[in-house]
Design a protein around this ligand. Structure first.
Ligand SMILES: CC(C)(COP(=O)(O)OP(=O)(O)OC[C@H]1O[C@@H](n2cnc3c(N)ncnc32)[C@H](O)[C@@H]1OP(=O)(O)O)[C@@H](O)C(=O)NCCC(=O)NCCS
Length: 191
């Protein structure tokens, strides 16, 4: 699947993307991606293999002009009926988005996320999309709000991705945002 926007092509990862992936994941910008850190070009190669296997829901965000991979966006289907068994619809998605720091502040994340939400709602059967973001991640919160997502709640000391210097868990305050398909359709119709 290839998604085209004004300035971007969202496409599956492919062999050859290793250097671009390494560029933005050698030092993950936020604690919630600490476990995605790549320590070497070899790890980047393994990272590309993993992403190729998840091609249907994991997209490389590339610039139309140069083909460079400037980040990624992904989300996997989850059931909204935890006890519904294997036939329950997987209509809930939680996106993960990240851009190379050099390419932030240019509207690329919003452009990619709009197209990705449209894909999830119109082609992948999404009913609800929710996002978690840490309370100090103002850029991600701003992106959620531009996308028309509602702030649903703040979870205090909800999760720990890294340790404090003394080895104890460093807990983060997490904000949850969400948008339903009907809200997305109304939001995009009025835009
Ligand atoms: C979160 C993240 C993806 C947001 O990226 P971003 O580049 O800040 O987001 P946007 O695409 O919305 O662009 C931001 C700004 O670019 C500006 N911009 C510059 N040129 C533009 C253009 N041609 N068109 C549109 N906007 C443009 C806009 O003014 C916009 O700011 P505004 O909304 O206040 O007007 C990015 O900060 C990131 O990768 N962070 C690290 C990973 C992360 O935190 N992921 C989320 C974990 S919860």
């Amino acid at each position: 699947m290839i998604i085209e926007t004004e300035r971007l092509i969202l496409r599956p990862f492919q062999e050859g993307d290793e250097a671009d992936l390494y560029e933005y994941l050698r030092e993950p910008a936020v604690n919630c991606f600490a476990n995605m850190k790549l320590n070497s070009p070899d790890e980047a190669q393994a990272g590309i293999k993993e992403r190729i296997e998840k091609a249907e829901c994991c997209f490389a965000v590339t610039l139309k002009t140069t083909g460079k991979v400037i980040g990624e966006i992904e989300a996997f289907p989850e059931s909204s009926e935890p006890d519904g068994g294997k036939d329950s619809p997987c209509d809930t998605f939680s996106p993960c988005w990240m851009l190379n720091a050099e390419y932030q502040g240019k509207g690329y994340a919003y452009e990619a996320a709009c197209a990705f939400f449209d894909y999830l709602f119109r082609q992948k059967g999404a009913r609800r999309i929710y996002a978690y973001t840490e309370d100090n991640n103002l850029r991600s919160q701003h992106l959620c709000e531009k996308l028309g997502m509602r702030r649903e709640g703040l979870f205090i000391e909800y999760v720990s991705f890294i340790k404090n210097p003394d080895g104890t868990p460093h807990y983060e305050n997490t904000i949850q945002y969400a948008i339903l398909k009907k809200e997305w359709l109304a939001h995009t119709a009025s835009a």
